[in-house]
Design a protein. Structure first.
Length: 383
């Protein structure tokens, strides 16, 4: 293989791309727009959720519990229905996301040391949001109950033996620390995965369309009568879009840090290495699609036929551990899974190559196999 011929093909591809405004726009603008859209929209954090408060006790204790909810950044009391029918209507019309019912006798039960009941109603039409709101409500109520119990015990101690009020009750002390994402922002978790998926779709589609476009324009025959060999043509066709993919990656990393303040704790060179190895798989898959497609429409449909299952099984949005066991084994054949793990490890954990070498090795194996098989088929198709 003569690299001067490859460089001529690369130069031709860049010239052809820069002369076509639509193709030039498709290289960079969709990647940035998708990244910004995902960054602002894909967010599972629940803050300032609308809450209805039905207080049937109207006591200082119930007002203290309401203050605990209002003091949380997760809830805002926007309605105070007077009965259960009004509360149900608010939930039915999506005016509020959840409701708290404090029954009559709430303060009396607390004063007697009995279990005081509080009802929390959550709109479960969105199961994820409902689960998060239920957990937030439970944490607030448990915190209120623990504080009330401490006050009652201290009052009894003072009444009996004059003990100091600040003495704590015996129990188990819990201290929680969240590593890598202390604020539990879902955006920090999703955006590295968004970068991986955008690079996949961009390089996959551009590679498949580049070769199919030559067939539609009738220039493939002209290329084949030149001294250029099939392998030289393949490398020259795929190399420009590998460069475009790396440029998109750099743009996404910079935008993620500048706009969304995503932490980047790892080594940039390690992320670059993982991206290069991962591109072997996407470029190889795009090359294979080009051999089975005769038109650009067929190439686009084949690209989405490959990308959507790979996206679903990548662990981007749905935890792999929650999938059926047979599907979990199937995800081991998905290169996007390993690249997302590398991106999240480098971004959030600051992981080094000693922690990410299994993912790099898997990408190298898959990338080499996919590219080799696609190159053989591409070469045979041209011959």
């Amino acid at each position: 293989m003569r690299w001067n011929r490859v460089l001529e093909i690369v130069r031709k591809e860049f010239r052809q791309s820069f002369r076509d405004p639509r193709l030039l726009v498709s290289m960079f603008v969709p990647a940035v727009l998708q990244f910004l859209l995902f960054g602002f929209v894909v967010n599972l954090d629940v803050e300032r959720s609308r809450l209805a408060w039905l207080d049937q006790d109207r006591s200082p204790a119930s007002r203290e519990l309401r203050a605990a909810f209002e003091g949380s950044r997760h809830f805002t009391v926007t309605a105070t229905p007077s009965n259960e029918d009004e509360m149900q209507a608010l939930l039915d019309r999506w005016v509020v996301h959840s409701a708290v019912v404090v029954p009559a006798g709430f303060a009396r039960d607390l004063a007697r040391g009995k279990t005081a009941r509080v009802q929390v109603l959550v709109d479960g039409s969105n199961s994820n949001t409902a689960s998060i709101l239920a957990n937030y409500s439970g944490d607030i109520i448990r915190g209120f109950a623990d504080g009330h119990m401490v006050r009652i015990v201290n009052q009894k101690r003072m009444a009996r033996g004059g003990q100091l009020a600040h003495l704590s009750t015996p129990g188990v002390g819990l201290e929680q620390r969240v590593w890598f994402n202390p604020e539990l922002k879902s955006r920090n978790y999703f955006i590295p995965g968004v970068a991986a998926n955008i690079i996949t779709i961009v390089t996959l589609m551009l590679t498949s369309l580049a070769i199919v476009r030559e067939k539609e324009m009738g220039t493939m025959e002209q290329l084949m009568v030149t001294p250029i060999r099939p392998m030289e043509l393949m490398v020259g066709k795929t190399l420009p879009f590998a460069i475009v993919g790396m440029i998109d990656l750099v743009m996404i990393v910079v935008l993620g840090m500048a706009i969304f303040h995503i932490p980047f704790r790892g080594n940039a060179l390690l992320l670059l290495l993982g991206s290069v190895v991962f591109l072997l798989s996407t470029l190889g898959a795009g090359l294979f699609i080009s051999t089975v497609s005769n038109t650009q429409q067929q190439a686009i449909m084949s690209t989405f036929f490959f990308f959507l299952p790979a996206f679903t099984l990548s662990g981007f949005a749905f935890p792999i551990t929650s999938m059926p066991e047979a599907v979990q084994y199937l995800t081991l054949l998905n290169p996007i899974r390993y690249f997302i793990e590398i991106c999240r490890g480098v971004f959030l954990k600051g992981s080094g190559i000693e922690a990410l070498w299994p993912q790099l090795a898997a990408l190298a194996v898959f990338g080499t196999a996919i590219l080799f098989f696609s190159a053989r088929r591409f070469r045979k198709r041209l011959d």
